[in-house]
Design a binder for this molecule. Structure first.
Ligand code: NAG
Ligand code: NAG
Ligand code: NAG
Ligand code: NAG
Ligand code: NAG
Ligand code: NAG
Ligand code: NAG
Ligand code: NAG
Ligand code: NAG
Length: 342
């Protein structure tokens, strides 16, 4: 009886090993080779002749332009077709590049949808599809690419809601979805991205800002300019000690700013709140934001007088308070400094 059990255990170990070897054999450099050929066959225009003529045998795929292989196993670890000016679609075979860590396709004319097979890229850390012509909703299967750290889908035509699944990614550090057509509110599940350092959502149609963002204690940059944010800002946003930039220009935010706005924003350098509907007096203790370099609060309805001690913000390089209902002047030592470009 015991011998039989032992044999059974041995048998299952052998079966497991066979399974392991056969998956290892299934994906090899030749898998990568056919995945790249599939990609090449989906390129319809290549004005700089980067791929259609240069991606060809007999040279090893590791020497093809834009392709990087790992030194040890000679499998494709990075693919960089950025700025090649190519037009095409993404074939499902790209999901077979199982050693891929970085995928950079920015500033091209890739279009269509992103195939779900890319969810099999379990080593992928960086996905950059910025400035292309992708359409449809942001793929929710991104939430299964568990090592992702940087996701850049800016400058496409993604529409609909931001899928909450993408907030399942615990390693995520940077999300850039600017210049799309996203709507709805920023999901509260964003509070799950504890490693998040920056989020860019400019130029969409997003309406609401969740309080949960305040729990992200690594977050340095929040940029949600030119959207449809309305109502009051969640108080938690003025309680983020890691925050260096808060850019919310061009929304319909209203209400007063807390008078002690700087007390819990010790690292803030850029505060862009212009073109909103903020009211009430300017916070009286702005001098407590010791790192503040740029303050852009014009085109609101702030009232009252400009606090005198705004003059002792030693790092300030740009300040704009015009088109409000303020009295008093900005002390000369600030007004004369050159403007920053944004
Ligand atoms: C990708 O290629 C472009 C164009 O050659 C280059 O400017 C860029 O630095 C590359 N990016 C990475 C991450 O290697
Ligand atoms: C690669 O991917 C395609 C489509 O997802 C699939 O049909 C094919 O069998 C895969 N495997 C290899 C080894 O190319
Ligand atoms: C990238 O694409 C954007 C949008 O089309 C364009 O404004 C920008 O100049 C491009 N950058 C380069 C280096 O081609
Ligand atoms: C969330 O992540 C886990 C572990 O990485 C994964 O198994 C699961 O499929 C993911 N869920 C979604 C909805 O993507
Ligand atoms: C967010 O985290 C909570 C608690 O860990 C978990 O229950 C929930 O499923 C997560 N949501 C997403 C979208 O990952
Ligand atoms: C501010 O943060 C502290 C500590 O991180 C927390 O105890 C407090 O409740 C927060 N206050 C608000 C208004 O979110
Ligand atoms: C600005 O606020 C004042 C009240 O403080 C109000 O009377 C006025 O109509 C507002 N102006 C605009 C342009 O919203
Ligand atoms: C700035 O002005 C305030 C109020 O006048 C003062 O309390 C503070 O010490 C000053 N800070 C610096 C760095 O001079
Ligand atoms: C400026 O503020 C005063 C006093 O609060 C108010 O009566 C007036 O309507 C405001 N002007 C504008 C243009 O909002």
């Amino acid at each position: 009886m015991q011998a039989m059990l032992r044999n059974r255990i041995l048998l299952s170990i052998v079966l497991l090993l066979i399974q392991y070897w056969s998956t290892a054999a299934q994906t090899s450099i030749s898998t990568d080779h056919s995945a790249l050929l599939a990609l090449k066959s989906h390129i319809t225009n290549d004005p700089q002749n980067m791929i259609l003529t240069k991606w060809s045998t007999p040279s090893s795929i590791c020497n093809w332009i834009g392709v990087t292989c790992g030194a040890r196993h000679l499998r494709v670890t990075a693919l960089n077709l950025s700025y090649m000016d190519v037009t095409g679609t993404i074939p499902p075979e790209l999901g077979n590049l199982s050693f891929l860590v970085e995928l950079h396709f920015r500033n091209n004319s890739f279009h269509g949808t992103i195939p779900q097979e890319l969810s099999r890229l379990r080593r992928l850390k960086i996905l950059n599809f910025g400035f292309n012509n992708f359409k449809g909703t942001i793929p929710s299967w991104l939430g299964a690419v568990s090592k992702l750290q940087i996701v850049s889908l800016y400058g496409n035509q993604f529409s609909g809601l931001i899928p909450t699944n993408i907030f399942n990614l615990s390693a995520m550090q940077q999300i850039d979805l600017r210049f799309n057509d996203l709507s709805g509110s920023i999901p509260r599940e964003i509070g799950n991205l504890t490693m998040l350092k920056s989020i860019g959502l400019d130029s969409n149609n997003l309406k609401e800002f969740p309080n949960e963002i305040g729990t992200l204690d690594q977050l340095e940059e929040i940029s949600v300019q030119d959207n449809a944010l309305e109502g009051h800002l969640p108080g938690a946003i003025f309680n983020m000690s890691s925050l260096t930039a808060l850019a919310l220009t061009g929304n319909s935010l209203n209400g007063r700013l807390p008078d002690n706005i700087c007390q819990h924003l010790p690292s803030i350098q850029k505060l862009y709140l212009s073109h909103n509907q903020f009211v009430g007096p300017l916070p009286s203790k702005l001098w407590q934001c010791k790192e503040l370099a740029a303050l852009s609060w014009g085109y609101n309805n702030f009232s009252g007088s400009i606090p005198k001690n705004i003059g002792n913000l030693t790092q300030i390089k740009y300040i704009h308070l015009g088109y409000n209902n303020l009295t008093g002047t900005i002390p000369n030592e600030i007004g004369d400094l050159p403007k920053l470009e944004f």
